[in-house]
Design a protein around this ligand. Sequence first.
Ligand code: XLS
Ligand code: NI
Ligand code: NI
Length: 437
Amino acid sequence: MADAFPKIKQVKFEGPDTRNDYAYKHYNPDELVEGKTMREHLRFASCYWHTMRGRGAEIFGMPTAVRPWDDFSESMENALRRVPVFFELLEKLQIDYYCFHDRDVAPEGKTLKESHKNLDRVVKELAKAQKNSGKKVLWGTACLFQHPRFMHGAATSPDLNAFAYAAGQVKKALEVTHELGGEGYVFWGGREGYFTLLNTDMKRELDHLGAFMHMAVDYKKEIGFKGPFYIEPKPKEPTKHQYDTDAATTLNFLRQYGLMKDFKLNLETNHAQIAGHTMQHDLETAIAANALGSVDANMGDWQLGWDTDQFPTDLYITSHVMLCVLKMGGFTTGGLNFDAKVRRESFEPEDLFLAHIAGMDTFARGLKIAARIRHDGRIADFVKQRYSSWDSELGKKIEKGKSNFAELEAYALKLGEVKTIRSGRQEYLESLFNDFI
Ligand code: XLS
Ligand code: NI
Ligand code: NI
């Protein structure tokens, strides 16, 4: 193991009263909740891009992050030096999984061939580190948005050469994800969208995106990669209109192009928020289509309209997310990936630990709160009661598609007026939810 964080020992569960900042107050990996350990429920992952590559730069300011092990060069030596540091962090935090883009772990070469070679070299180190630590890949992905060649898009580029380059890159990213035993693979279409329709043939671009995804599915079968593909919706940033705006839009794309059986969604809290939704709205949309795969666990700032990728410290959000996850019966191949970055002002190496601890403790509490709400049952009962008129003979008939307007008209004519309407009790339910927080 590297020794990049000499002052930090193994972070362990010490309970809510501890005064040790480098301990879990709520995340107790082996504690049982609804018959499964917290570790099995939460399936935490750290992401290579923010954790290892984030430097705290923004358009007004230079990088602030202090990372003594990193000379911030794009050299192979530097890339290789990061690997043991990342695994030291995973081990000390007891995080079982990680996620990566091809270009986070290894530098881009002068040619695609050289990039492949760089990637292979670092993947060898990652495989070794995984073997020594037991850590696993939750999902891999390809960075198809940083390089200038993808300025107009990758799978939706008007330029066939950029499309082909992207295909070559995804092919390789799939191979290495498979090689590392990755449990899934993500497509986030960073540049798959547009700024103006004056230069864009939307239909043609979407057709190309569909074709790209079909080729990816074919290749996955060819190499025997069993994990699911996920699409990660986001409404804007970098482009003005992203094709995968939110859960519903993405599901529509998958249905239109006959891809529903091969894809699930990887939903990110901050993305749902900038789409004007709550995270639970997007989660429910995906669950209703049997398509919730994994979660990018972070949060935004309601006063800022962009992807701030903050570590999730909002108990209401984590409780709602875990209610949805428990409702669908838990994650299978998915998990909670902290697609989150420390603030520019949280520049010290220790902040990487404190931030993950904050996110993990907040999710551990969210899990317990969700389990208590389910055990109590009053909220679920309320919802069940609210729809109880549908449990009648006529209700069942309609739900099975066996009724018709004439039958309903005859029924309504006899009613006189609808006298069965009940209160929605929103304020009562919100307060009841508060009781569990
Ligand atoms: C960016 C996305 C990205 C994906 C992986 O906003 O969240 O980080 O998770 O490409
Ligand atoms: Ni994001
Ligand atoms: Ni993400």
